[in-house]
Design a protein around this ligand. Structure first.
Ligand code: SF4
Length: 265
């Protein structure tokens, strides 16, 4: 796995220092200038591309409607589980009008394995109805329109924009938010503020892929509980290096393979 590059950091910092260094402070507590942050962020973004050359949307879809539906189902659920459910779902409901007119009990049964199936079924019916009523049954390709649809928040809208329409979008899910803060790219907790902070650091054309690469890195290397710092290719630029084990063997054992990633959201 490319993410397993055990690149020895050029500057090693204990976590106590790293906490102070995150988001705007360099070694020794000196403030990191805006230009230094920009350069460091772009260097890390380039390295993420090297570490995760195959990063992509892990939901299966062929149309914007299918991606919107899959993204609604992915809330609190693994992409793998969603991908197991969607072939039968997409075959049964090929159009927005089909979701609008669906028998609720049948729809719930089809999506039950993804969890929260009653809420999700209501969202899908509402989404289908809204698309038919307001957009001629088509999924719109503007953020302002997408976020008005049932079940579609800003995060989902950016997924649809980026992956179905090729319109650059930054998707701030739990991984992207966590990594952006660990990288010292922002201190913000609010996803919209994180999205804007990242958008200012990375060229617009890279937004969609950056999101996928950060999600890949978060799922495979920079885990929420025990990040694999000693086996992380970003270690030399990351102020949070040392948050997880730095021993290469121990850290290497924490890396997740694609098969292992599929069992966790
Ligand atoms: S694994 Fe450690 S070094 Fe790598 S990005 Fe996460 S916190 Fe930084």
């Amino acid at each position: 796995m490319a993410a397993g590059h055990a690149e020895r950091p050029g500057r090693l910092r204990p976590y106590a220092q790293a906490v102070g260094a995150a988001a705007g402070e360099a070694d020794g507590g000196r403030p990191e200038t805006a230009l230094a942050l920009l350069r460091r962020a772009r260097r890390m973004a380039r390295e993420l591309a090297v570490l995760h050359p195959d990063a992509h949307c892990e939901l299966d879809f062929t149309t914007p409607l299918e991606l919107a539906v899959a993204t609604v189902l992915s809330a609190q659920c693994t992409d793998k589980r969603v991908n197991e459910v969607t072939p039968a779902l997409f075959a049964r409901y090929p159009t927005a009008a089909d979701y609008a007119a669906a028998d609720r009990a049948e729809l719930e049964e089809l999506i039950r394995p993804t969890g929260f199936f009653r809420n999700k079924a209501a969202s899908l019916q509402g989404l289908g109805a809204a698309l038919v009523e307001r957009y001629g049954g088509e999924v719109p390709d503007r953020l302002a329109d997408l976020v008005t649809l049932p079940g579609i928040g800003r995060k989902t809208a950016n997924v649809v924009l980026g992956d179905a329409f090729g319109v650059p979008g930054i998707t701030v899910d739990t991984h992207v938010g966590r990594l952006a803060r660990r990288f010292g790219w922002t201190r913000e907790e609010d996803p919209v503020k994180v999205e804007h902070a990242l958008g200012a650091l990375v060229p617009r054309t890279e937004w969609t892929l950056l999101s996928h690469r950060m999600i890949f890195h978060g799922r495979r290397v920079c885990h929420a509980r025990r990040p694999a710092c000693g086996a992380c290719g970003l270690a030399r630029w990351c102020p949070s290096y040392g948050l997880g084990p730095t021993d290469p063997d121990l850290a290497g054992s924490l890396l997740k393979t694609p098969a292992e990633v599929e069992v966790s959201p």
